[in-house]
Design a protein around this ligand. Structure first.
Ligand SMILES: *Cc1c(COP(=O)(O)O)cnc(C)c1O
Length: 407
């Protein structure tokens, strides 16, 4: 490593810090290229990317099939707005309908927009179908949730870092303990229109609820005429070893609405959507919702390719098998007394320590060629591309496990 290269890294960091608002605190690495499970920094060092852009890159960086879809479509037609039809959007909606098993799909761009769309759908269904009195609709959310960064969404977060001094907030949200069906059912009132929950809480540090929770929430919603919306923006599209995380509990846990984002484009483009039942999705009529970029031809071509890659390469099943392998190695080889627990569902992984060393561990891993992100001081989570081979995964674990054992 030359001083020249180091100063290049520092120069790029300084530039971003100087001109950018400081709403992130990234690791001190500047990336310039990605391929499959790997990224390279501007000094030419290769890293295993074990964050995968918070699971947006399930298909691996710059997957050739998705890149081709992006490039080819960009040359032909990129944006029409929804004032006109385009010849690509229908195929995306049909593909998402096929994969989710829902008849209706509404395309947006970012995850947070998908969440906002689901909130609108549940509220309107509540007023029009459940006959809740005007302005009284309640939506139940979980403590520890992360659903995005809009003012409405941060208003029902219990993380002060997310909501402090951004109020006043949208009323109509009720928080309950995550993982507790009885608490959720007790919070349901005649004004409850929906439940919005992550099937595994990703940003909270990969909090996996007990078996039966998802089906239990579904049953409580059905019994009380309340809609269920799983936010599968992070857990969906193969990450947890099933196409959708709810499928770990089968059709018993099927929601009325599901929100997708992140890997819906394999990291090439912001694409999100809500998919749901006719009854709920039919609350939208012309003029009631929209997005200039939502459903654009590039997004559509990219999303179709991204979903085909998940299927063609059997990535959900691969994640399931590789997750078992990781679990076995974690159980056997993580020997530090500082270990609190490991959490594994497919390739959605977290190691929790007893003490707040997670950031130091992430920095140590960075220096050894693995990029991962600490969260809540005590937890490191790992989310490699689902395209990673077993050999590559073992190579990364051969770095990760001994490093964690030093803490
Ligand atoms: C990332 C994420 C979001 C927000 O998505 P953005 O594209 O960043 O707006 C919402 N919900 C969950 C569960 C997420 O992981």
């Amino acid at each position: 490593m030359t001083t020249d290269q180091q100063s290049k890294t520092q120069g790029l960091i300084d530039q971003a810090m100087h001109f950018g608002a400081h709403n992130y605190h990234p690791l001190e690495v500047v990336l310039t290229r990605g391929e499959g499970p790997f990224v390279w920094d501007v000094e030419g060092r290769r890293y295993f990317d074990f964050l995968s852009a918070y699971s947006a890159v399930n298909q691996g960086h710059c997957h050739p099939k998705i890149v081709k879809a992006l490039v080819d479509q960009s040359r032909v037609l990129a944006l029409t707005s929804r004032a006109f039809h385009n010849d690509k959007m229908g195929a995306m909606l049909e593909k998402i309908a096929e994969v989710t098993g829902f008849p209706k799909v509404l395309p947006m761009n970012t995850g947070a927009e998908g969440v906002e769309t689901a909130i609108k759908a549940m509220r309107r269904w509540g007023y029009r179908n459940k006959k809740v009195a005007e302005g009284k609709a309640e939506i139940i959310v979980a403590l520890g949730n992360f659903h995005g960064r809009t003012t409405t969404i941060v208003g029902f977060s219990d993380d002060p870092g997310s909501y402090q001094d951004f109020g006043p907030f949208t009323p109509g949200f009720v928080q309950v303990e995550y993982g507790d069906v009885a608490a959720l059912e007790a919070a349901i009132t005649p004004n409850t229109v929906g439940v919005l929950i992550e099937p595994i809480q990703g940003e909270a540090g990969v909090k996996i609820p007990a078996d039966g929770y998802l089906a239990g929430v579904r049953a409580a919603c059905s019994k009380n005429n309340v809609l269920l919306c799983w936010d599968e923006i992070q857990t969906g599209l193969g990450r947890t070893g099933k196409m959708f995380c709810w499928q770990h509990e089968g059709e018993e846990a099927r929601p009325d609405l599901v929100i997708l984002g992140k890997a819906l484009s394999g990291g090439l483009y912001p694409v999100s959507c809500v998919a749901g039942t006719e009854e709920v999705m039919n609350v939208f009529d012309p003029g009631s919702h929209g997005s200039t970029y939502g459903g654009n031809p590039v997004a559509a071509a990219v999303a179709v390719a991204a979903l085909e890659v998940l299927e063609e390469e059997d990535l959900p099943n691969k994640a399931l098998a590789l997750g078992e392998h990781v679990k076995a190695r974690f159980d056997k080889e993580i020997t530090t007394d500082n270990l609190a627990e490991t959490r594994v569902r497919g390739l959605m992984l977290a190691v929790e320590f007893k003490t707040g060393i997670a950031h130091d561990a992430a920095v140590a891993l960075q220096h050894k060629g693995v990029l991962a992100k600490d969260t809540h001081e005590t937890t490191i989570r790992f989310a490699p591309a689902l395209t990673i081979t077993k050999e590559q995964l073992d190579e990364a674990l051969d770095i990760i496990i001994p490093t964690l054992n030093e803490f």
